[in-house]
Design a protein around this ligand. Structure first.
Ligand SMILES: NC(=O)c1ccc[n+]([C@@H]2O[C@H](COP(=O)([O-])OP(=O)(O)OC[C@H]3O[C@@H](n4cnc5c(N)ncnc54)[C@H](O)[C@@H]3O)[C@@H](O)[C@H]2O)c1
Length: 359
């Protein structure tokens, strides 16, 4: 198969969807790889490193889309990229279609087969292509939250870990999956007081063991959230219902319960956000304020640390790229969101109001 790797064009996105190791594995088994000139620059990978492993460097995105049968990307396609898709293309990338009916419709119209990293499930129902970026985003969530709590940045002016004789800040993490666990690791490391909420009791048991009882695990109910919000300095939203738009765990009404200049970090923003007052932001302008509460809602948090994220992502995606290159989209049925001009993922169809047709 001819595999194309364009440069990411979303603002402040420095990751790339393939490393020279991936080029080597694909070309070793007879596939061809076309990389856009400069695609790896943001992740400190030079064109020559791709070429050394057998890739052909093409001058621009138009040439990559024209040449390739499968396009491998990081972020959801931007309008100019959707315009380049053909009905015989396979697109393999993060899509996050549930909160984006307009993008879903444009992909349906393209006729391309669109496979979403974030809905690919392994044999145990886990999300192996979301997990590495969730590990990164979880760690950034606490770091960014700690930073935004500093007074000159508009925060309350409290140090996450406190000092001897002065109490630490309180961090409330809603959603104890991969993001939540990693956010908790860093919050514990920074010596904050940490609560993790989830609706899955089995998951709360795992967290209790994984974090050696150093966080308070709480069953996530409306009442539990209402009781914790007035105590929180930093709230991290990290809930996910596979493929679906994120549920609101903090409504606009509940913001009133929070301390002035507390910080909300909505990691679930890529699935539409789990705080009612969230809207997507970028690394260059990451926060805004609603009712005196700072909101940090960067939709591509791992994009800020490409040297970590590019390798973490491609370690996970490469085996699937190889499978799709060999067997076609049927190698990853749970990932196929759009095919033959139809929505083929039930949660995406439900969220966007479009008809669901099994792939
Ligand atoms: N903004 C970014 O840059 C970025 C990067 C990576 C991941 N994400 C997003 O972060 C979110 C979380 O990802 P993850 O990998 O941790 O998912 P995950 O499936 O590992 O964990 C989600 C957890 O949320 C829990 N949950 C669901 N509904 C809940 C509710 N009402 N209250 C409390 N808990 C609830 C689930 O039981 C699960 O444990 C996803 O939306 C993902 O797309 C965003």
């Amino acid at each position: 198969m001819k595999v194309g790797v364009p440069t990411e064009i979303k603002p402040d996105e420095y990751r790339v969807a393939m490393t020279p190791a991936g080029v080597r594995d694909l070309t070793d088994v007879g596939h061809e790889v076309y990389v856009q000139a400069g695609a790896g620059e943001g992740s400190a990978i030079a064109d020559a490193e791709y070429e050394a492993q057998g890739a052909q460097i093409l001058p621009d995105a138009g040439a990559v889309f024209a040449e390739a049968e499968m396009i491998v990307k990081v972020k959801e396609p931007q309008p100019v990229e959707v315009g380049r898709l053909r009905s015989d293309h396979i697109l393999f990338t993060y899509l996050h279609l549930a909160p984006d009916p307009a993008l879903t419709r444009s992909l349906v119209e393209s006729g391309a087969t669109c496979i979403a990293y974030e809905t690919v499930e392994d044999e145990r129902g886990r999300l192996p292509l979301l997990a590495p970026m969730s590990e990164v985003a979880g760690k950034i969530a606490t770091q960014a939250g700690a930073f935004m709590l500093e007074k000159p940045l508009g925060g309350r002016g409290i140090l996450l870990g406190g000092v001897p004789g002065v109490a630490p800040a309180t961090v409330v993490i809603i959603g104890g999956g991969v993001v939540g666990l990693n956010a908790a690791f860093i919050a514990i490391g920074m010596e904050a007081e940490v609560f993790v909420l989830d609706r899955n009791i089995e998951r709360l048991r795992e967290l209790d063991v994984a974090l050696s009882g150093r966080v308070s695990t709480v069953f996530s109910s409306s009442l539990a959230i209402e009781e914790l919000l007035p105590r929180a300095d930093l709230v991290i939203g990290a809930v996910l219902v596979h493929g679906a738009k994120a549920p609101y765990v903090v409504t606009r009404e509940r913001l009133k319960l929070m301390k002035r200049h507390a910080v909300l970090v909505d990691v679930s923003i890529d699935q539409g956000g789990c705080f009612e007052t969230s809207r997507p932001t970028t690394h260059s302008d990451p926060t805004f304020e609603v009712d005196g509460v700072t909101h940090y809602c960067v939709a591509n948090m791992p994009g800020a640390v490409p040297i970590t994220s590019t390798y973490a992502l491609t370690n996970a995606t490469l085996p699937y790229v190889l499978e799709i290159a060999k067997h076609g989209p049927s190698a990853v049925p749970s990932g196929v969101n759009v095919a033959n001009g139809r929505v083929t993922h039930p949660a995406v169809a439900q969220a966007t109001g479009l008809e669901f047709v099994p792939a």
